[in-house]
Design a protein around this ligand. Structure first.
Ligand code: UN1
Length: 495
């Protein structure tokens, strides 16, 4: 029996006005149909926004500590259901259970962090330049927030956006990626169970070109947060710019791990394997470039190839699996196109480069962990985001050259440097053009209570996570109270 899932609009689970649905299948086994999900239309988005506006009127009057209490209960429920959520997530997007458990944990951390923020949401009180006048700032909710989220962190990224948005007193319309509608459904169930008033959250499933677009273009959605490709982000940015909307963009990456001659090579090896092939390379923070100093280059590549060949591909729900499938056929096609580009451009294939086949692997979108060496800085393989298990190795002579190669791409999310030299480590923190730099750790591993985001074409200056995100989801209001009993003219009377 196939389950047909619904949207959550207007305080109830409801079928889409279009009457249409799309299939959600397990990428590790395309015969496994998870269910049918709404292929919603513009009318569904309009109904969701109208309802969210009602929800906002009520929620914005709920004291922030009480809003935080709801999120604390959300954290408790996520913790209680960690295993079931991880299983559902692996089934619909493929990464191994250890990783989906981590994904849930990131949601739990985000919930508890947001809950405590309900008792802070600091403004400032500062002295006025005039006597007997009070001057302060405070934070106010904004309205309906449209959240468009990707497949690779099906739980964590919706929580990064929704929890601070809700804590700040906004209502939310969530449009999850078509590949992971089930996890989003489970998350909304938890929000409701924790006591979030129904119209404060809306879930609209469907395709980006229809549902995402309608949300971005809706005049009653003043705040948008989007994680996805730089190309789609450009459309979202143009529309939001024209409509004067507040927008947070989190887009592509071409992250590098630098290994210098003095590095602890065992550590660097573990780091690059996890950074490049964890989540099958489908993280914004994935390591897709390995910049090696000449002294250790050949030995390191040889050891890395042995380790990469030994990674076990398979169903992420099976014990012993290191690397799951790609999320869908188009993702695997894209990886294949880049492997062809690597060959055309004269890079040397060190390992992988093929679809992974045989037995259970034939049922899913598997691709071998792939490494190219001899990749030239500036070549397409070195410059473009692939979002798959393909690592490009670039050989450099000096630290300066390594830093220049790291910075020579249009993206700037994360970077990593393996060295024992504290001076080089601190130089890297200063000089690498990324939102996050790791020393002696891989390019992935961001924690929920620090700002997450990138420079250049990765983002538009905003950060998710940490304390900064609460500024994005609230508006600064300033209050002056003059208790002098006379007209005091700022900038004039005292000067
Ligand atoms: C992403 O890469 O899309 O740092 C998000 C990490 C995770 C979040 C990554 N905590 O890899």
């Amino acid at each position: 029996m196939t389950t047909t899932f619904k949207n959550f609009i207007g305080g109830q689970w409801i079928a889409p006005a279009t009457g249409e649905h799309f299939e959600n299948r397990n990428p590790a086994d395309r015969n496994d149909l998870i269910g049918l999900f709404p292929a919603s239309g513009v009318a569904d988005v309009h109904a969701a926004v109208a309802s969210a506006r009602r929800g906002f009127e009520r929620w914005k009057r709920t004291p922030a500590p009480a809003r935080g209490d709801v999120l604390r209960r959300v954290g408790d429920l996520l913790a209680a259901r960690k295993e079931a959520l991880a299983d559902a997530m692996t089934r619909e997007m493929g990464k191994p259970l250890a990783e989906t458990r981590g994904d849930v944990q990131e949601g739990i951390d985000t919930a508890y962090y947001a809950a405590t923020e309900g008792r802070r949401l600091f403004g400032h009180t500062v002295p006025s330049e005039l006597a007997n006048k009070w001057a302060m700032s405070m934070r106010r909710p904004i309205g309906v927030c449209g959240l468009i989220t990707p497949f690779n962190f099906p739980l964590a990224i919706p929580t990064w956006k929704a929890f601070p948005a809700l804590l700040c007193g906004n209502a939310v319309v969530l449009k999850p990626a078509e590949d992971v509608p089930h996890t989003a459904t489970l998350l909304v169930e938890i929000l409701l169970e924790a006591g979030l008033p129904p119209e404060v959250i809306q879930l609209v499933h469907g395709h980006g070109e229809v549902v995402g677009k309608a949300l971005v273009e809706h005049p009653d959605v003043p705040v948008l947060s989007f994680t996805g490709s730089t190309e789609t982000g450009r459309f979202v940015g143009e529309t939001c710019g024209r409509m004067h909307k507040r927008l947070s963009l989190e887009m592509g990456g071409k992250n590098a791990q630098i290994v210098l001659d003095d590095a602890n090579l065992d550590l660097a090896l573990d780091g690059v394997l996890w950074g490049a092939f964890g989540t099958t390379g489908q993280r914004c923070t994935a390591t897709s470039r390995l910049i090696l100093q000449a002294g250790i280059h050949d030995a390191f590549v040889a050891r890395l190839a042995d380790r990469a060949r030994a990674l076990r591909l398979g169903d992420g729900r099976a014990a012993g699996t290191d690397v799951g499938p790609l999320v869908h056929e188009a993702a695997r096609d894209k990886v294949e196109r880049y492997v062809a580009i690597g060959h055309e451009q004269g890079a040397t294939l060190v390992c992988g480069g093929q679809r992974a086949i045989g037995d259970v692997l034939d049922h899913g979108w598997f691709f071998q962990p792939t490494i190219f060496s001899g990749v030239t800085a500036g070549s397409r393989l070195e410059q473009e985001e692939i979002f798959g298990p393909v690592l490009s190795v670039i050989k450099v002579a000096t630290v300066d050259e390594a830093f220049a190669v790291n910075n020579g791409v249009r993206y700037g999310l994360s970077s990593s440097v393996y060295t024992q030299d504290v001076n080089v480590a601190f130089r890297a923190l200063q000089e690498l053009d990324n939102g996050i730099t790791y020393i002696n750790a891989p390019t992935i591993g961001a924690e929920a209570h620090l700002p997450f985001g990138g420079v250049k074409e990765t983002g538009n200056g905003h950060r998710e996570g940490g304390w900064e995100v609460f500024e994005f989801y609230s508006e600064t209001k300033v209050g002056y109270v003059d208790y002098s009993g006379s007209l005091q003219r700022a900038q004039i009377d005292n000067y």
